[in-house]
Design a protein around this ligand. Structure first.
Ligand code: TMP
Ligand code: ZN
Length: 398
């Protein structure tokens, strides 16, 4: 297989089986669903980690895309803090334009509204685009990197957790260049592949994520598209993210910060094949550990409920081949998800209230990145001796 970025040769890292699209919730338990091979491979030239099979984007980011950014308090404050810092750092004012790629329901553009000349959310998924419009954040409804995208230009272009979502990463990089004003900056956030590998976060691998990004893999890609990364910041979001700051190279570029040199140094293990072999071994070990936990419950009668119908949960459940005999239901607070069924495992999503009524012995937190928030709000399970479980990077029961 050839690398989607540089066309170099790729080596397979881990197979996660045949899996359906991880955000495609089912309306009934017996609805037909398509499955696709889910495997990751790494390019031995540019070290981009990537899926080997492309599912059509339009199947993945459908009109009913159920993920709404505004649902998470932590994410909302992350966005507000970033907006304040960006307005200061880039001197944004009533002449400036801020554009976000895949801005979902408009959550991260809201704090810019009224403080700059204009904001635009380039968002093709209708369900979240409608929420953005309703919040007063105008939408351009196309996939970034397609020809419609060339009319507007930004002083600040934000692309948070979206660059991994495109099969054509070269077109995306070229569109960043085209959408930036000459002195503008693009800030791009992504779950850092270094954390994915070191933290065995194999559940963040799913078809919506075509690439698993690192500074190492982005630098040559951006160079080919006349872009340069001049700063990076490490962030706690999504299990450890990286935010890169990129500038056009056809105009004077800011000096590269020491943080870039430090991140390059930390990423050295990503250029060693054994790193990927160890990762695959550890992922399979987590599955065995979880099977042991399920098998070892008292007479198999203690309920293990799931919490958080996140996409990553589906990769985990389906990699472990679990179904409602193992986990009878998964609770979630997103109204659009409740009473639907998880793809693959076909476990039903219920409300938080229903989970509490069932008094489960264990609550498996699927989106482990929200563990602290969830443990705090669901403390009531302690009153009947309930315990919280996370499986990654190793089984933890508290
Ligand atoms: P994410 O990791 O992709 O943000 O998905 C988190 C999922 O967990 C999403 O479906 C919303 C759900 N969730 C709750 O139901 N309650 C909560 O308190 C939190 C933090 C998340
Ligand atoms: Zn490559």
């Amino acid at each position: 297989m050839k690398c989607r970025s540089c066309c170099g040769d790729c080596q397979e890292v881990l197979g996660l089986g045949e899996q359906p699209a991880s955000n495609a919730l089912l309306k009934s338990a017996d609805e037909h669903e398509e499955t696709y091979p889910l495997r990751v491979a790494v390019c031995t030239t540019c070290w981009l980690l990537q899926t080997t099979f492309d599912v059509d984007e339009k199947r993945l980011f459908s009109d009913e895309y159920p993920y709404f950014s505004g649902q998470s308090k932590q994410w909302v404050s992350h966005c507000n803090e970033f907006a304040e810092a960006a307005i200061k750092r880039f001197g944004l004012n009533d002449q400036s334009c801020v554009i976000e790629v895949g801005g979902n329901d408009g959550t991260s553009l809201l704090p810019f509204k009224g403080r700059v000349a204009g904001v635009w959310n380039i968002e093709p998924s209708k369900s979240v685009a409608a929420a953005s419009e309703a919040a007063g954040i105008p939408v351009k409804p196309y996939f970034f990197g397609t020809p419609q995208g060339q009319q507007i230009q930004a002083d600040l272009l934000i692309a948070n957790n979206v660059m991994a979502h495109t099969p054509n990463i070269n077109a995306f990089a070229e569109a960043i260049h085209a959408t930036l004003k000459p002195g503008g900056t693009a800030t791009i956030e992504f779950p850092w592949a270094l954390n994915l590998i070191e933290g065995v976060q194999f559940d963040t691998i799913y078809h919506e994520h075509y690439s698993y990004l690192s500074l190492r893999a982005l630098e040559p890609l951006f160079a080919r598209h006349r872009l340069k990364i001049y700063d990076v910041q490490e962030l706690p979001t999504h299990g450890g993210s990286l935010r890169v700051f990129a500038h056009r190279t056809d105009v004077a570029c800011p000096r590269v910060t020491s943080a870039v040199f430090e991140a390059r140094r930390r990423e050295i293990p990503l250029t060693v094949p054994e790193t990927y072999e160890r990762f695959a071994r550890r992922a399979r070990g987590i599955r065995e550990q979880f099977w042991d936990f399920l098998g070892g419950r008292y007479q198999g009668t203690e309920i293990v409920a799931g919490y958080g119908a996140a996409a990553k949960g589906n990769t985990f459940l389906n990699f472990c081949q679990l179904n409602r005999q193992d986990i009878p239901f998964v609770a979630d607070t997103t109204p659009a998800k409740i009473f639907k069924f998880l793809p693959g495992s076909r476990i039903q999503i219920v409300s938080e209230k229903m989970l509490i009524e069932e008094r489960p012995k264990y609550v498996l937190i699927l989106p482990w990145n929200w563990r602290d928030e969830i443990v705090e709000k669901l403390g009531v399970i302690r009153s009947w001796g309930g315990r919280f479980v996370t499986a990654i990077p190793e089984l933890k029961i508290t």
